[in-house]
Design a protein around this ligand. Structure first.
Ligand code: E4P
Length: 218
């Protein structure tokens, strides 16, 4: 399973990259706002750190303008993956970006299996179902991941399932059990994956016993 980090915070990305936890990055307009930077500059800084796909989102809602924006974003670096919304214009742009610009496309804001089917047919590199936002409505976001997995496997679609809107470490575990290709999670959630109280307790006991031996590993 690939781990993407869902942030435009360059410092966080650098730190997680050093830990070997970053196979790619996803950003969106809200995360760019939070970063306080200019989309082209922030995306360039991220691409200088991370070799894998770095999603940068178009904000236009109509096809011609989406393509114009995609061209600007694509120029930033070779690993920029253009993110488009799951609308009819977005799907048309997805096909054109893949065929004419030869770039990866992440189709975002997916909330149904049929939307995911359309994205696969449009040649999306990644589909981003938003599990946390589905959970917020009282439904089960992970059911959608299972449905998409089954549909993509039924037809051998190469589109990768990028589990997005991840809020908890349990989302990560469930996505891995279902067989999602990628999760994108906020830095804090990625870091929390390592935590277990018994690990902390066990380590404290080992350190205490080691001190009593008076030995050193030199
Ligand atoms: C990722 O591509 C999405 O933009 C992101 O995961 C959305 O997460 P949120 O629902 O926590 O805003």
């Amino acid at each position: 399973m690939k781990f993407f980090v869902d942030t435009a915070d360059v410092k966080e990305i650098k730190e997680l990259h050093q830990l070997g936890l970053v196979d790619g990055v996803t950003t969106n307009p809200s995360l760019i706002l939070k970063s306080g930077g200019k989309i082209t500059e922030v995306t360039k800084q991220i691409c200088d750190i991370v070799e894998g796909p770095v999603s940068a989102e178009v904000v236009a809602t109509e096809f011609p303008q989406m393509i114009k924006e995609a061209k600007v974003l694509a120029k930033i670096a070779k690993n920029v993956c253009i993110k488009v919304p799951l609308t009819l214009d977005g799907l048309r742009a997805c096909r054109a970006i893949r065929n004419d610009l030869g770039r990866m496309v992440n189709v975002t804001l997916c909330f149904s299996a049929n939307q995911a089917l359309l994205a696969a047919k449009a040649g999306a590199s990644f589909i981003s179902p938003f599990v946390g936002r589905i959970d917020d409505t009282g439904s089960d976001g992970m059911e959608l991941i299972s449905e998409i997995r089954q549909i993509y496997d039924n037809y051998d679609y190469p589109t990768e399932i990028l589990t997005a809107s991840v809020r908890t470490v349990n989302h990560v575990k469930q996505a891995a059990l279902i067989g999602a290709d990628v999760i994108t999670a906020p830095p804090a959630t990625l870091r929390a994956l390592v935590s277990h109280p018994l690990t902390d307790k066990g380590l404290a006991a080992f350190i205490a016993d080691w001190a009593k031996t008076g030995q050193k590993i030199a």
